[in-house]
Design a protein around this ligand. Structure first.
Ligand code: FES
Length: 155
């Protein structure tokens, strides 16, 4: 999604210009653009009269926030204990081999991002992979190409 300055302004002005709201505003920016664009962070610093460096630290501290554009589809691979024991790292290697991305990276075509996460709360289905909001339990390296292709075809 392209970055609209009007949209950034609209998000900023839906909150009072008080530093207390910095995190909430960043979450809204993240939600709107799937990441926090640099223009958004700079506008926020001006709006709240806060140093850009504090906002930058906050944005890098919270895993839910990202300063880099993310792919259209977010692949979350669980590497919690149950999933790790049942081979989650093989799936990570599989995604890296098929898509050429590691944890925190996005494919060049902007279609996929990969995130390693801790327990997704479905340990009985370990190893678990989630693409956007769809859960794939008891995931195997054999099923991986087919699942990824579904999203490729969708675009
Ligand atoms: S450890 Fe993966 S879902 Fe719980």
């Amino acid at each position: 999604m392209s970055v609209s300055i009007e949209k950034i302004d609209e998000i900023l002005h839906s909150y009072p210009a008080v530093p207390h709201y910095s995190l909430a505003i960043m979450q809204d920016l993240q939600h709107e653009f799937q990441y926090i664009p640099r223009e958004g962070l700079e506008a926020l610093a001006r709006y709240l009269d806060m140093p850009l460096s504090s906002l930058y630290s906050m944005a890098t501290f919270y895993k839910a926030l990202s300063l880099k554009p993310k792919g259209r589809h977010i692949i979350r691979l669980c590497d919690g204990t149950a999933c790790h024991i049942r081979g989650s790292m093989t799936l990570v290697e599989g995604v890296t081999r098929i898509l050429g991305i590691s944890d925190g990276e996005t494919t060049q075509d902007g279609l996929f991002s990969l995130e390693l996460v801790n327990c997704l709360g479905s340990c009985a289905l370990a190893p678990v992979m989630v693409v956007d909001d769809t859960y794939y339990g008891k995931m195997t390296i054999e099923k991986l190409p087919k699942v990824l292709n579904t999203y490729r075809e969708e675009g």
